[in-house]
Design a protein around this ligand. Structure first.
Ligand code: FES
Length: 98
């Protein structure tokens, strides 16, 4: 199974392909706020995907729309509640400025 690595904590965990990234991050013991129940409405689950971006599910229109409203968005940005793990290892940065 692919490995999800979280930075800066350094937590590593195996995650089954198709698993929601937010759920995987929380299951790994990391704190990440979800204020909208994972509906791409709050932006609180904004993370940077430093490696393995292409293996994640593609961003949907609602995710793009929400990201457009968020401060600090970069080409590495995803909403963790909207992204699903693929077949490759992924490194996700939990953002301290959110
Ligand atoms: S949990 Fe609200 S946008 Fe992801």
């Amino acid at each position: 199974m692919p490995i999800l690595t979280l930075v800066p904590s350094g937590i590593k965990t195996e995650v089954a392909p198709g698993t929601n990234l937010l759920a995987a991050i929380l299951a790994a013991g990391e704190k990440l706020v979800s204020k909208c129940g994972g509906e791409a409405k709050c932006g609180a689950c904004h993370v940077y995907v430093n490696e393995g971006r292409k293996s994640l599910s593609k961003a949907t229109k609602p995710e793009h729309a929400k990201l457009d409203e968020i401060v600090g968005v970069s080409s590495k940005s995803r909403l963790a509640c909207q992204a699903q793990m693929g077949e490759e290892d992924v490194t996700v940065e939990i953002l301290s400025f959110v």
